[in-house]
Design a protein around this ligand. Structure first.
Ligand code: SAM
Ligand code: SF4
Length: 326
């Protein structure tokens, strides 16, 4: 599957729910969200049909996301079904880690290769302040369980903010000295002006790199497609790696290979672009697989050349991040 700019589309992000068991201040309002009506959310068998069609068109990697994907009932057997598709796509998952401790082994057995765990602070008081819930211990136990289950390398995703967790950048980076993990810093994307953290300053990756200098010289590692848009580095003698993802300041749209399917059955070609294609009508009105494939091809074709987040004409996306899936 190619888009009109010659990019090969082989990575699908699938949001299985917009619900979540945390309320991160940069992602969700305190009261939670008006949840999608049950009937508006794709059933697993509908999602499986979409993913099967996407795999026939060349998708090779699926990232299950949300909201929090592990809160949706039946997720383990759904992953089992995804992993059993004839094309044997790689199945990965992005999670806040709260439920990982109790689910990691079953997820691995179902065919999940790896997890990305989002964790912005290592301090319990800050965790509670940011997510409006307790749970740091559970997340750390979840990471340990994922590692024990063999979902390697563990990837941690951190969004650094000025005057919130910027003094922990070095602490996170030090984790790579002892653990074979990918510790990845990601720029905050100010896409929802109504949220608590909308006006907080996210740190640029240049600023993160400067903070890391106190730990010694960072060795730049060769580009690997598996690292996506992350620039990868290693500290002297470290077991793990550090990733810097300049999602706002960087220009990696030229290599974008993604489509995003959301829980309500719409497909987006770009996180920041409101253009969407609706799959639900075809799924529910007896449309055949070729009609479904055509809609996915249309969505790929509608991918914009690049995002406009740095332009003065940028229009805020009409969904928050928990609805798109990151
Ligand atoms: N609940 C899961 C989690 O937190 O990993 C999966 C969904 S969450 C929407 C996916 C990712 O989006 C998380 O790593 C989260 O930190 C990130 N995210 C949410 N809002 C963001 C924003 N405004 N800018 C950058 N990343 C954001
Ligand atoms: Fe939930 Fe993930 Fe959003 Fe936090 S970032 S509120 S864990 S969906």
């Amino acid at each position: 599957m190619q888009d009109q700019f010659g990019r090969t589309i082989e990575y699908l992000r699938l949001s299985v729910t917009d619900r979540c068991n945390l309320r991160c201040r940069y992602c969700m309002p305190e009261a939670g969200v008006a949840e999608l009506a049950h009937s508006d959310v794709l059933r697993y068998e509908e999602m499986l049909r979409v993913v099967a069609a996407a795999c026939r068109l060349g998708i090779r990697k699926i990232r299950v996301t949300g909201g929090e994907p592990l809160v949706r009932r039946g997720i383990v057997s759904f992953i089992d079904q995804l992993a059993a598709l004839p094309e044997k796509p790689e199945i990965t998952l992005t999670t806040n880690g709260l439920l990982l401790g109790e689910m990691a082994e079953d997820l691995k057995a179902a065919g999940l290769s790896r997890v990305n765990v989002s964790l912005d602070t290592l301090r319990p008081d800050r965790f509670k302040e940011l997510t409006r819930r307790d749970g740091l211990e559970k997340v750390l136990a979840g990471i340990a369980a994922a590692e024990k289950a063999g979902m390697l390398p563990i990837k941690l995703n951190i969004i650094p903010f000025a005057d919130f967790n910027d003094d922990e950048i070095v602490d996170f980076a030090r984790l790579t000295l002892e653990h074979p993990w990918d510790v990845r810093f990601i720029e905050f994307m100010p896409i929802s002006s109504d949220l608590d953290y909308a006006s907080r300053d996210g740190l640029s990756m240049v600023a993160v790199e400067t903070r890391l200098q106190s730990l010694g010289e960072l060795e730049a590692l060769p580009y690997q497609a598996a690292s996506g848009p992350a620039h990868m580095y290693r500290l002297p003698n470290a077991k793990g790696r550090i990733g810097l993802i300049p999602s706002v300041s960087g220009h990696f749209c030229g290599d974008c290979n993604r489509l995003r399917v959301m829980a309500d059955g719409r497909v987006r070609g770009c996180l920041f672009d409101n253009e969407e294609t609706d799959l639900k009508a075809v799924l529910r009105n007896g449309g055949d697989d070729s009609a479904l494939e055509q809609l996915l091809l249309d969505a790929a074709c509608a991918k914009p050349e690049k995002h406009q987040i740095n332009s003065k004409d940028f229009a805020t996306p009409n969904r928050r991040m928990h609805g798109i899936g990151g």
